[in-house]
Design a protein around this ligand. Structure first.
Ligand SMILES: [Zn+2]
Length: 306
């Protein structure tokens, strides 16, 4: 029997955010799925939108709460990375504060109204407007990491990265990190990028979410097991010192050997190379800033290694 579907808006920090609630005909876990924490990550939003439509027609055990586009101010103004109202990266603000800036209040409301109480949590992302990306899933260290690793593997992307908790963490304040600290198995799934809605990336999210349902016992298996990913234990982000013109010499998904040229940052007049960036170890390029425009301490590239 098809689930009961309730499409409504939920008020989060004063924003009327679209929410799809699906209640299955039998009991089961509560899965929460969010896309659009970053406002120009369209492939992940498109994936969640399509998945919700498909799911409305299928058998479901348990409940799904899905937000296809969370960061409405960024989405509407086509602002990558941050909430335009306060310039903060929403995915560095979790679990948020009730009386902070818009990003902090939004994180607080999302955490308390959507993430808390879930049996599993998926935060669907891709490269933002100016990021090329090799698909990967991050899972969070912590009490629920065994289950989180299963979910990350089931999503079916070529790489799976364990995100350390505490000081070793590359990204602090993420929604999946906050979920993991609350004991909820949580993953960040990344496929797509560069402000594009590419069918293969959208399909990766749809299939990944279906396989997550399968692992949670919320749907009958018809997607099969995902092929085994490569597990990466180190995740390193490289930044430039000074603003300039970024010219990568590598592409997302490329395997690099230690010392290999990654790219240069030069002066805007084209006369000089300011910085030469090389690979610190044998690694794979998980994401890459595709825009030449980089600021002081600008993010250039994300590398994963075994
Ligand atoms: Zn993102």
């Amino acid at each position: 029997m098809a689930p009961t579907v309730n499409r409504r808006t939920i008020e989060l920090a004063g924003l009327a955010v679209p929410l799809v609630e699906l209640t299955g005909s039998a009991d089961g876990p509560l899965l929460t799925v969010i896309a659009g924490v970053h406002g120009c990550e369209y492939a992940s939003m498109a994936g969640v939108r399509r998945w919700c439509r498909d799911l409305a027609e299928r058998d479901l055990r348990g409940r799904v709460r899905a937000v296809p586009v969370l960061n409405l101010p960024a989405f509407r103004s086509r602002t990558p990375f941050v909430v335009p109202d306060d310039g903060k990266n929403l995915n560095r603000c979790f679990p948020g504060t009730a009386d902070g800036t818009l990003s902090e209040r939004l994180a607080y409301d999302v955490f308390h109204q959507l993430i808390a109480g879930s049996d599993a949590y998926v935060d669907a992302h891709c490269g933002d407007m100016v990021e090329a990306l090799q698909p990967f899933a991050l899972y969070e260290a912590g009490p629920a990491e065994g289950r989180a690793r299963e979910l990350a593997t089931a999503y079916g992307l070529p790489y799976v990265i364990r995100q350390e908790s505490g000081p070793g963490r590359v990204v602090a304040g993420s929604s999946s990190g906050a979920a993991a600290e609350a004991g909820i198995p949580a993953i960040t799934a990344e496929a797509g990028g560069c402000g594009l809605v590419e069918e293969h990336a959208v399909a990766m999210h749809v299939t990944g979410l279906n396989r997550v349902l399968q692992v949670l016992g919320m749907t009958d298996g018809q997607w099969g097991a995902a092929s085994r990913p490569t597990y990466l234990s180190r995740f390193v982000w490289l930044r430039c010192d000074r603003a300039g013109w970024w010219e990568p010499a590598v592409t997302a998904g490329q395997h690099l050997t230690a010392g290999q040229l990654i790219g240069t940052v030069g002066t805007l007049d084209g006369a000089e190379v300011q910085e030469t960036i090389t690979a610190p170890a044998d690694c794979v390029v998980t994401f890459l800033t595709s825009s030449p425009a980089v600021s002081d301490d600008g993010l250039l590239i994300g590398l994963g290694s075994e």
